[in-house]
Design a protein around this ligand. Structure first.
Ligand code: ZN
Length: 204
């Protein structure tokens, strides 16, 4: 049985044991394009990945299942070397603690995502980045494109062309990096991890 066969079983919920960690060779491979039309197996895998993110962000479920919270997941992190990513970025509560009008600023399962345009300007998260495949803190700015345009297919095989900026642009680039065998810390300046190059936006 392949890793994917196990993950897509109706009774299975993706959990931390399914996620491979740094050092595993699959994380360094260039993942294959998903075959079209999309197979049921690939559609179900995408949905399972999104369900994992939802579970990981639900305090009760995350505690019960022992999940680290995540806003993105790429199929190679599940030892499935295919170009599939899921992103789920929640909007914050307002100052009084009321839930946001729109629950998510980004919720998408993307097949064969591709950055087709990007800003010259770069951006990095003030607190650096983390990864479900990295069980340690790696400090430092991770410079990325501040704005990107991404083309991808949804589960129905329909093509989308979407612009991202701010935190969402960072998340999407982190996940697409996984499809190319790139880890976030590859992009940190080892000698000076918190050096800010001219013109780089630091996102709080
Ligand atoms: Zn990651």
């Amino acid at each position: 049985m392949t890793a994917q066969d196990k993950l897509i079983k109706a009774s299975h919920l993706i959990n931390m044991d399914d996620i491979i960690r740094e050092g595993h060779p699959t994380l360094r491979e260039k993942a294959a394009e998903v075959a079209l039309p999309l197979s049921d197996e690939d559609i179900i895998l995408g949905e399972k990945m999104m369900q994992f993110l939802k579970n990981s962000q639900d305090p009760v479920t995350a505690e019960k299942m022992g999940l680290r919270g995540g806003v993105g997941l790429a199929a190679p992190q599940l030892d499935v070397s295919k170009r599939i990513i899921a992103c789920l970025v929640p909007n914050p509560e307002d100052e009084e603690g009321n839930p946001p009008t729109e629950a998510y600023s980004l919720q998408a399962i993307m097949y064969n995502p591709k950055i087709v345009a990007h800003s010259v300007q770069q951006a990095a998260l003030a607190d650096g980045e983390g990864c479900l495949s990295v069980d340690r803190v790696v400090e430092g700015y991770v410079p990325r494109h501040a704005r990107i345009t991404v083309e991808y297919l949804d589960k129905n095989g329909e093509k989308h062309k979407v612009k991202f900026k701010g935190y969402n642009a960072i998340v999407v680039q982190h996940e697409i990096d996984h499809l190319n065998g790139v880890m976030f810390y590859d992009r940190i300046n080892i000698a000076e991890p918190f050096k800010i190059e001219d013109g780089v936006i630091i996102l709080d």
